[in-house]
Write a protein that binds this ligand. Structure first.
Ligand code: NAD
Length: 553
C-alpha cells in the first residue's frame, strides 16, 4: 500500500484487513511481508531495511515489478528473484513455493567487499541482510528475544540469575541494535547505549524501546549509577561515538558488568562511523575518499575493541554481538580481538543444538488482537516450555507493535509445528481476523554458516562449510514452503556468510496444514541433525526424544 504524503514522498506501509489485491492469500501474504519490511525499515527512500545496506529490493523499478507480479501470480506459479530483482514467472504446481530467491551470492574467490561494491554500483546485486530482501524483518523485535536470552544466560552464569543492580554498556541503536535497551530493561539491568545519530536515538524513544537520552556523559553516568544503586531497570541513549566513550570510561576507572557493541561494525564504508566524523562527513567521504574512510573506521574499531578487551581484563563480561567487530579489529592490528567470545558460542549454542531459535509470526490482518490471541494460546498450551512462556509474558507487556503486529518466540523442533498448526486452525475457525505468516531469522540452527558469528568454533571444525544452509533451502523447497531464500554476505560481510530463509503462510486451508507441518518439521529437524553431525550432546538427546531420523555413518 502506498500512502501519498503531502508535498513529496510516497510512504509504503503494509496493507491491513481482509481485502485481497492478489489472487490468493499466499501471494497477498508475501506482498504484505514485503511492504512490512519497508514500513519497519530504517531508510525507505533507499529501500534500506537495516544493517546499513540490507535492502528489500534491488531498486524501485524492481520493487514495483515485484508488487505487480505478486498481484497477478497464479497459485501454481513461482516467481524467481535474483538479488532483489524479479527475473521471471515459472509454471510449477500448487505445492511449490510462490517465491524463490537468491540474494548476493558471489563465487568464492570473487566474494570480496570491493567486488560487492562494484557489482552494486553496476546495479547487478543487492545485499539482502538476513531478513530484509527475504521480506521477513519485523522491526527491532526480530532480535529482541535473542538479546534478552543472552542477558539471561549471562545473569545465570555470572550474576546469580538476575541483572538487577548491573550495568550493561553497549553501542548502536539501529534497526537491530535498537532492541538492546528494551532487552536490557526486560532483564532488569541499567543499560547505556552509545549512538552517533540523534535521529536513531529519537526513533527508539518514539517506538518505546528506549527510555532516556542525553549528549552529556556525566549525566548519563549519574542516571546509570542511580539505577544500579536502587536496583531499578533503566535504558539511556548517549549521543556519542563508541570509539571515544569506551576508552573514556576506562580512563575514569569505570568497569561495567557487561560490555558489547551492536553498531554496524561489519561495514567500514557504509556502517561504522569513525571517531571525529559527523554523519555528513561520512556521507561526503563515501564519495570523495572511501579508502580513507575505511582506514579511519578500522582504526576507530581497533580502539573500541582494545577498550573492550581491557574491560574484559578488569572483570567485565564482554561479548561480540554478531557484527564482525572483532574481525575488523583484528585486521586493523588488534591481535587478541578473538579473546572476546561471540554471543552464539558463549551463550546460545545449547539452544541451537536443539534447534530452539528465533521463530516468528506476523498477523497479516494488522490487528494486534490476533497476536494477543496467539500469546494466550501459548501461555495455555506450552506450560512446560519455560523459555517460551516467560518470554511471551514479558513480550506481551513490554514489546510495542511496529508495522504489522508480530511476535518473536524461540521455539524448537515439534513446538514450532504444534503452534503453527494450532494457529492455522484458529484462522480456519475464524478465531483470528486474518491469516498469519510464519518465518524465522536466518540465524537459526540449520540455516546459517558464518564462521565469525553463528558457527565459530564448532566442535568438529565445520565453521565455514556452507552446505548446511544450501541443503536447508533445498529441503524447504521440497517441503512446500511459500518462500525460500538463499543469501550470502554483502558490504563488509562479503565472503563471510551464507544463510537461508523461509516463510510459510497459515491461511486456514488444509493445504497450509500440509505445508506448515512438513516445512517446520524439516527445517528444525535438519537443524538438530546439523549440530548432531558436529557432535553436540543436546542434539543426540533431541534426536532420541523426538524421533528424528538420523543416518549413522
Ligand atoms: P543499523 O545500520 O541499522 O544501525 C547501526 C547503528 O550504529 C546506527 O544507528 C549508527 O548510527 C550506529 N553507529 C555506527 N557507528 C557508530 C559508532 N562509532 N558509535 C556509536 N554508534 C555508531 O544496523 P543494525 O540493523 O542495528 O545492525 C547492527 C549490527 O548488528 C550489524 O552489524 C548487523 O549485521 C548486526 N546484527 C546482529 C544480529 C545478531 O543476531 N546478533 C542480528 C542482526 C544484526
Amino acid at each position: 500500500m502506498i500512502i501519498r504524503r503531502a508535498g513529496s514522498v510516497d510512504r509504503i506501509t503494509a496493507a491491513r484487513g481482509t481485502q485481497l489485491r492478489c489472487k490468493g492469500w499466499r501471494q497477498e501474504a508475501l506482498l504484505r511481508m514485503l511492504e512490512n519490511v519497508l514500513e519497519n525499515g530504517e531508510n525507505q527512500q533507499e529501500l534500506t531495511v537495516y544493517a546499513a545496506l540490507a535492502k528489500a529490493a534491488r531498486n524501485w523499478d524492481a520493487y514495483h515489478a515485484i508488487v505487480d507480479t505478486l498481484k497477478s501470480l497464479e497459485e501454481d506459479e513461482t516467481l524467481v528473484i535474483q538479488s532483489g530483482k524479479p527475473i521471471g514467472v515459472m509454471r510449477t504446481h500448487r505445492f511449490a513455493p510462490m517465491v524463490i530467491m537468491a540474494n548476493c551470492n558471489i563465487v568464492g574467490k570473487w566474494a570480496t567487499s570491493e567486488n560487492f561494491y562494484k557489482y552494486q554500483e553496476l546495479g547487478l546485486i543487492v545485499w539482502g541482510g538476513l531478513t530484509a530482501a527475504a521480506w521477513q524483518y519485523i522491526g527491532s523485535q526480530g532480535v529482541i528475544q535473542g538479546t534478552y536470552e543472552i542477558f539471561q544466560s549471562i545473569a545465570r552464569m555470572h550474576f546469580g540469575g538476575d541483572l538487577a543492580g548491573r550495568f550493561i554498556l553497549t553501542a548502536g541503536l539501529g534497526g537491530m541494535g535498537g532492541a538492546q535497551p528494551l532487552a536490557g530493561t526486560m532483564a532488569n539491568a541499567a543499560i547505556l547505549c552509545v549512538e552517533v545519530s540523534e535521529e536513531r536515538i529519537d526513533k527508539r524513544i518514539k517506538v518505546g524501546y528506549l527510555q532516556r537520552k542525553t549528549a552529556d556523559l556525566d549525566e548519563a553516568l549519574a542516571w546509570i549509577r542511580e539505577a544500579v544503586a536502587s536496583r531499578k531497570s533503566l535504558s539511556v541513549g548517549l549521543l556519542g561515538n563508541a570509539a571515544d566513550v569506551y576508552p573514556e570510561l576506562l580512563r575514569r576507572g569505570i568497569v561495567p558488568d557487561i560490555v558489547t557493541d551492536q553498531t554496524s561494525a561489519h561495514d567500514l564504508v557504509y556502517g561504522y562511523v569513525p571517531s571525529g566524523y559527523s554523519l555528513e562527513r561520512v556521507a561526503e567521504m563515501r564519495k570523495k575518499d572511501p579508502d580513507k574512510l575505511k582506514a579511519d573506521a578500522g582504526a576507530s574499531i581497533a580502539r573500541e575493541v582494545e577498550a573492550m578487551l581491557e574491560f574484559q581484563r578488569r572483570g567485565a563480561i564482554v561479548f561480540d554481538n554478531g557484527n564482525n567487530i572483532r574481525t575488523h579489529a583484528a585486521q586493523y592490528g588488534v591481535k587478541d580481538a578473538f579473546d572476546i567470545v561471540v554471543f552464539t558460542e558463549g551463550f546460545l549454542r545449547p539452544l541451537f543444538a536443539r534447534a530452539i531459535g528465533p521463530f516468528r509470526w506476523v498477523a497479516l490482518s494488522g490487528d494486534p488482537e490476533d497476536i494477543r490471541t496467539i500469546d494466550a494460546y501459548i501461555l495455555e498450551h506450552f506450560r512446560d516450555n519455560d523459555i517460551a512462556t516467560n518470554w511471551i509474558r514479558l513480550a506481551s507487556q513490554y514489546v510495542p507493535v511496529e508495522g504489522l503486529p508480530a511476535r518473536i518466540g524461540w521455539f524448537g523442533h515439534g513446538d514450532r509445528t504444534k503452534l503453527a498448526l494450532a494457529v492455522n486452525a484458529m484462522v480456519r475457525e475464524g478465531k483470528l481476523k486474518g491469516p498469519v505468516a510464519f518465518s524465522r531469522d536466518h540465524l537459526d540452527a540449520a540455516s546459517m554458516a558464518h564462521p565469525n558469528i553463528m558457527t565459530e568454533n564448532m566442535k568438529d571444525g565445520s565453521d565455514a562449510i556452507s552446505d548446511w544452509p544450501l541443503l536447508n533451502a533445498m529441503l524447504n523447497c521440497s517441503s512446500m514452503a511459500d518462500l525460500v531464500a538463499i543469501h550470502s554476505g554483502g558490504g563488509g560481510y562479503t565472503g563471510y556468510m551464507t544463510s537461508a530463509g523461509v516463510t510459510i503462510v497459515a491461511d486456514g486451508s488444509r493445504d497450509s496444514d500440509i505445508r506448515l507441518e512438513t516445512t517446520l518439521n524439516n527445517d528444525t529437524g535438519l537443524g538438530v541433525l546439523r549440530y548432531a553431525d558436529a557432535g553436540y550432546e543436546e542434539s543426540f538427546d533431541e534426536i532420541a526424544k523426538k524421533g528424528i531420523r538420523r543416518v549413522n555413518v
